[in-house]
Design a protein around this ligand. Structure first.
Ligand code: NAD
Length: 359
């Protein structure tokens, strides 16, 4: 099979491999789509077993970014980059400057940011040689830590879910089970859910931090694996991917799933099974798009010569909730799972932008 026939290549505009002998940089940048604007997506540093494995991962992730950016209605396309190497032992400032020079050659069709194995400090190092990075913590555009905005998006998605199922405007009388409650997103989320009246059942492997969250939010703590068995109304996965799988599905006793974690469905058919069993699944990449909205505000501020603007972020969050409600409406009307509707909306938005481009 050639690269162009590979299912994961599907629709990509470009794939770029970079090697720098001096620093040992081996990086792949995948540009899935620039139809809606420059391709934006983080850089992952991972000890891939082979360059094929790295290529498969970057193609999958960059396509996902196109969908996420489109569903959040951002004027951005989707892309992603990977650096092949061990983030614990092989990181140097020189490596990230070499990475910065590499993406500089793409002339702004791709903007990078942090992802697994890559920190704000690494991106700041790349920034010394290229302007095509986002997610900085300082400067007039600097959007800082995205986690509070991600948590706000997850919280509003929980409210939208509660409105849809129970017809209420708050979370009074509802129980939310939160996995990863001591994490960057989880801790903020628990505070917001508690303030809105929810009773919380929480878990995390970081025990001390979890106890602190529990004290602040009057939450009940359960062991990590017990979170799937608790009686709750909404399950909010905010730790790991693929926690909705054939093993956990029969254990869940909730009416909805609405959390921050990426790639919650182990396989797409799990989304179908959730829908068939009457569980409302708020699609992960819609629910957690607050983070990318925050990052996008930085790009907008740069393009317009402005500064980081919380009002712009708020407008986009409002729009995101309109999209989530559209997904719920269409899923009900068309009798289809919510994750399929989210993909269909993203695909239609990307295709409309492609169609509007001159040939
Ligand atoms: P984080 O690493 O700060 O938090 C994850 C938490 O999960 C940690 O407290 C960790 O101890 C806990 N955890 C790990 N394994 C666990 C297990 N087996 N059981 C229970 N808890 C466990 O990460 P984060 O930034 O809060 O992100 C959480 C999730 O949301 C991730 O899946 C991330 O990809 C996704 N996400 C985050 C953002 C953001 O802005 N931070 C944006 C979009 C998506």
């Amino acid at each position: 099979m050639t690269l162009f026939d590979s299912p994961s290549f599907a629709g990509h505009e470009g794939v770029h491999a970079f090697y720098d002998a001096k620093t040992g940089l081996k990086a792949i940048v995948a540009v899935h789509s620039t139809a809606r604007g420059p391709a934006v997506g983080g850089c992952r540093m991972w000890n891939y077993a082979s360059s094929e494995e790295a290529l498969t991962d970057v193609l999958r992730l960059s396509r996902g970014m196109s969908y996420k950016n489109a569903v959040a209605d951002l004027e951005m396309g989707g892309g992603k980059s990977v650096i092949i190497g061990d983030a614990k032992t092989q990181k140097t400032p020189e490596l990230f400057r070499a990475f910065g020079r590499a993406i500089n050659t793409l002339g702004g069709c791709y903007y990078s940011a942090e992802d697994v194995g890559v920190s704000v400090a690494d991106i700041a190092e790349a920034r010394t040689v290229t302007e095509y990075v986002l997610g900085l913590s300082d400067g007039p555009w600097g959007s800082g830590d995205p986690s509070p905005v991600t948590a706000e998006g997850v919280f509003r998605s929980n409210l939208a879910t509660a409105k849809r199922i129970w017809g209420q405007d708050d979370l009074n009388g509802l129980t939310v089970s939160v996995q990863g409650a001591a994490g960057h997103v989880g801790a903020y989320l628990c505070g917001k859910l508690h303030a809105a009246g929810a009773r919380l059942i929480i878990t995390d492997i970081a025990e001390q931090a979890l106890r602190e969250v529990a004290e602040r939010t009057n939450a009940e703590i359960v062991a990590p694996d017990a979170i799937y068995d608790v009686q709750a109304d909404i399950y909010a996965p905010c730790a790991l991917g693929a926690t909705l799988n054939p093993e956990t599905l029969p254990r869940l006793k909730v009416k909805a799933v609405c959390g921050a974690a990426n790639n919650q469905l182990a396989t797409p058919d799990i989304g179908e099974r959730l829908a068939a069993s009457g569980v409302l699944y708020a699609p992960d990449y819609v629910v957690n798009a607050g983070g990318i909205i925050n990052v996008a505000s930085e790009l907008t501020a740069r393009q317009t010569g402005g500064v980081y603007d919380p009002a712009w972020v708020e407008l986009k969050l409002v729009r995101l909730m309109e999209t989530l409600n559209e997904i719920f409406d269409r899923a009900a009307d068309e009798g289809r799972p919510t994750h399929e509707i989210a993909d269909a909306i993203a695909e239609a938005r990307i295709q409309a932008a492609r169609d509007a481009r001159p040939v």
